[in-house]
Structures are given as structure tokens and as C-alpha cells.
Write a protein that binds this ligand. Structure first.
Ligand code: FAD
Length: 418
């Protein structure tokens, strides 16, 4: 898939500044990002007979999963909620596949649809000029009528301003570089952040005889991963089909209180807004507990309120207490990078998220689309991918025959042969 030649072949033909060639035509859409969303979009297009080309900055598919996640990670949601279109997870995979199983599923997915992204192609700029999208990497300018943004909600780590962080003498890493608690054995570690990553990293540290102190600055909803033998996510999705959101939230919180007890007493204050409503309004995902709460209860994970400042050997907390630490792990989340490369005007907010929320935000103007910015994980990406492919396939059929000639004549662009 993707009318694409090897980088070596293209090397000789790189457009120089004085070159009359203005780029490489891609027959079909250009997709930026070879994560699950980009692969899903490419597969759905392929099923409808539309070729596409994926440009990926990394050296592999699903690079977030391959390079930026910890060893012990499992899917947070049951596998049936994480499937991409047209391919189920293998029967023998557990309900919550490991990260390695998920990566092997992604590899089978790419193979099944003959998706061959062009790797090491970080997109540096994309703009719509003279009726076409021009997508620039350090090597080439790729040109197409359609551009699908699939660079993800988690493209770059968020490193917040924390007073004194630069003074700290020990190791500081973001969770995107954290692999295993075995690297921190017998160390006292300050984990800043209490979302799913902060909780799971703290648990992993505990299991490797490190002593995590988890900083909880904001309110947080912690729910059990399963209730009464069913996944909490599945229960919520089922109930939402019949009941109003507020009632579903009441039920979830009641069940969470029965199974987990009062989390406020552990220093994890719940927000006033219920978990589903909060997710819809702000995109903030509830933490699905996989064992951290019992370690908090037993005192193996210490919960602390905000940090006032970081010092050379440790941290000073809001209550004036000081504590020494060997390392700091920033579980401070991720952000989109769309605005650093896409010149698109209206489609994205200044945070690089779609202005129009799910389920209607997948299509912009002038052949611009986005997949996987729904704050609904892989399920949301799958929904976007199907709709985008249908929309582009309709246009593809009508322009297919004129496409090459029009571009070639009016833009003097080098045609890339399949
Ligand atoms: C730790 C963790 C666990 C998660 N668990 C689940 C789960 O269990 N279930 C679920 O549904 N969701 C889960 N999610 C949320 C979400 O589904 C995943 O983040 C998923 O990987 C999103 O896929 P994506 O393709 O949209 O983005 P990504 O996987 O981030 O892929 C985007 C790709 O774009 C590339 N890219 C970025 N910028 C550029 C550029 N300028 N040029 C070229 N390429 C670029 C990146 O290198 C990357 O390969 C999890 C997220 C995280 C962080």
C-alpha cells in the first residue's frame, strides 16, 4: 500500500531549492503517524480500494507502544474495546493483552493490510496551497488532495514547570522513558502525578522494592477495573445506552465505594463531577485500579499533596515537610504536537485537539481529516477511521481518473510511480 519507493531510490531525486519539481505526488491520502489510528485509517481506505501513504517519524509502527511504555503495561480496557476495524484479537489473547501482545496484534494488522509506512519521516510542516496538501519532511515534500492527521493525543511528553526541578541532583525521567521498577530497586522515588500512569508506575516500583511517594495535586476518580466480574468500562458503556449519564455516574460511584471503599480517606479526593461526565467534558480519564490502591492502603505507596519546590536532594511539600529522594518520575501526561507542524487554521484548538468534539470532529476543510483525537482511545480511533475512509473513497472514485493529470499539468510535480 502507499505508492512509495525506498529512501535510497528517492535519495537521488530529492528536490533541491532550485529544483523545478515541487514535490512527490501521493496517489491517495497522506497519513501522518503510524500508530493504531494511522494504521486503522490506512486499512479502512485499503478495504475500499483507496491507496494511502503513511509518514512516520519513528522507525517502527505503534512507536508509542514500542518505545515509550513500561514493560508491565497491559491494555487498560478489555480487548474487545481495543480492536481496530476488520481484525479481531487472537482468541488465545487474555482479556487484557500485554503491551507485547498488543504490539504483535498491530504488526499482524499492518501485515494483513500490506501497510508499509515510510519511517524516519518526521513531518515538519503541512499546508494547503493551490488546492493541494503539501507535507514536508526533512527529505521531501509530499503532495496530495487529502491529509489525515494521526499523530495522536500523546505525541509529546508534558514536562510542567516545577520550582527547583533543575536543582535536583538525582535522576529525573518522564513516564515515557520508564521501563521497569527494577531500575529503581531500594530507591526512594517521587512520582509526580496520579493518573493511570502515575498509579501503575508507583505499583511497579513497589513490586520492585522501591519506595514510591505519589504526588496528588488534583482530584481524581479511581474506579475498579472490574465490577461484579465485568469490566467497569463495559458496564458503563452498556448502561449509557439506556440511562442518563448522571445516573450511570451515580451507579459507578456507588459500586466503586462498595468495592474500593472511600478513596478520599487515602488522599485521593474525588471530583464533584462524576467519572463519565468528567471524561466527556474535559477528557480526563478515570484511573482504573489494578492494585495500586491496596498498596496505598498498606502504606507501601505513600500519597502526598502538592510539592512546593524541588531541592538538590529531595522535595519540600506544601505543608513545609522536607523529604529526600533518589529519583523523580514525572507522570505528567502527554500533549498533541499538531500545531507545531500543521498550518490549518480552524480545525484544531491551540492545544492541538479538535475544535468539534467526538463524534463529529473527524473532518475538516479542504480534504483535511483527523483520526484518534477523540479522547476515547482505540474505540474512538476505529470510529473515525471508518468514517474518514468512506468519505475519501467517495471522492476517490470521482477524481481517480483525472487526478494524476490535473496535478501533473498544473503543478509541475514529479509523479511518483507505484
Ligand atoms: C500508557 C498508555 C496506555 C493506553 N492504554 C489504552 C487502552 O488500553 N485502550 C485504549 O483504547 N487506549 C489506550 N490508550 C490511549 C490510546 O489508545 C493510545 O495512546 C493509542 O496509541 C493512540 O493511538 P494513535 O495512533 O492515535 O496515537 P499514537 O499511538 O501516539 O501514534 C501516533 C504516531 O504518530 C507519530 N508522529 C507524531 N508526530 C509526528 C510527526 N510530526 N511526523 C510523523 N509522525 C509523527 C508518532 O511517532 C506515533 O507513532 C493508552 C495510552 C497510553 C499512553
Amino acid at each position: 500500500m502507499g505508492s512509495c519507493k525506498s529512501p535510497q531510490e528517492d535519495e537521488q531525486k530529492k528536490p533541491r531549492p532550485d529544483c523545478t519539481c515541487k514535490g512527490v505526488i501521493v496517489h491517495g491520502p497522506i497519513i501522518v503517524g503510524a500508530g493504531p489510528s494511522g494504521l486503522a485509517a490506512s486499512a479502512c481506505l485499503s478495504e475500499l480500494g483507496v491507496p494511502s501513504l503513511i509518514l512516520e517519524r519513528s522507525d517502527c509502527i505503534a512507536s508509542l507502544w514500542q518505545h515509550k511504555t513500561y514493560d508491565r503495561l497491559k491494555l487498560h480496557l478489555p480487548k474487545n474495546f481495543c480492536e481496530l476495524p476488520y481484525l479481531k484479537f487472537p482468541e488465545d489473547f487474555p482479556k487484557y493483552p500485554t503491551k507485547h501482545q498488543f504490539i504483535s496484534y498491530m504488526e499482524s494488522y499492518a501485515a494483513r493490510f500490506s501497510i508499509r509506512p515510510r519511517f524516519n519521516q518526521a513531518v515538519l510542516g503541512a499546508s494547503f496551497e493551490d488546492g493541494l496538501w503539501r507535507v514536508r519532511t526533512h527529505e521531501l515534500v509530499y503532495v496530495s488532495r487529502w491529509l489525515i492527521v494521526a499523530t495522536g493525543e500523546n505525541a509529546e511528553p508534558v514536562i510542567p514547570d516545577i520550582a527547583g526541578l533543575e536543582k535536583f541532583g538525582g535522576r529525573i525521567i518522564h513516564t515515557s522513558s520508564y521501563k521497569s521498577g527494577s531500575d529503581f530497586r531500594n530507591q526512594k522515588v517521587l512520582v509526580m502525578g496520579c493518573g493511570n500512569s502515575g498509579m501503575e508506575v508507583s505499583l511497579d516500583l513497589c513490586r520492585n522494592n522501591a519506595v514510591p511517594h505519589m504526588v496528588v495535586r488534583n482530584t481524581v476518580h479511581v474506579l475498579p477495573r472490574e465490577m461484579f466480574g465485568f469490566s467497569t468500562f463495559g458496564i458503563a458503556m452498556g448502561l449509557l445506552k439506556w440511562l442518563p449519564l448522571k445516573l450511570v455516574d451515580k451507579f459507578l460511584l456507588l459500586a466503586a465505594n462498595i468495592t474500593l471503599g472511600n478513596t478520599d480517606q487515602l488522599g485521593l479526593r474525588r471530583p464533584k463531577t462524576g467519572p463519565t461526565e468528567l471524561k466527556n467534558v474535559t477528557g480526563k480519564t478515570p484511573v482504573l485500579d489494578v492494585g495500586a490502591l491496596s498498596q496505598i492502603r498498606s502504606g507501601k505507596i505513600k500519597v502526598t499533596e502538592g510539592v512546593k519546590e524541588i531541592m538538590k536532594t529531595g522535595a519540600k511539600f506544601m505543608d513545609g515537610q522536607e523529604e529526600e529522594f533518589d529519583a523523580i518520575i514525572l507522570a505528567t501526561g502527554y500533549k498533541s504536537n499538531v500545531n507545531s507542524w500543521l498550518k490549518s487554521g480552524e480545525f484544531f484548538t491551540k492545544e492541538g485537539m479538535p475544535k468539534i468534539p467526538f463524534p463529529n470532529g473527524w473532518r475538516g476543510e479542504n480534504g483535511l481529516y483527523k483520526v484518534g483525537f477523540t479522547r476515547r482511545g482505540l474505540l474512538g480511533a476505529a470510529c473515525d477511521a471508518i468514517k474518514i475512509a468512506q468519505d475519501i473513497a467517495e471522492q476517490w472514485r470521482s477524481v481517480k481518473h483525472q487526478h494524476r493529470n490535473i496535478l501533473y499539468d498544473s503543478h509541475k510535480i514529479r509523479v511518483q510511480k507505484s
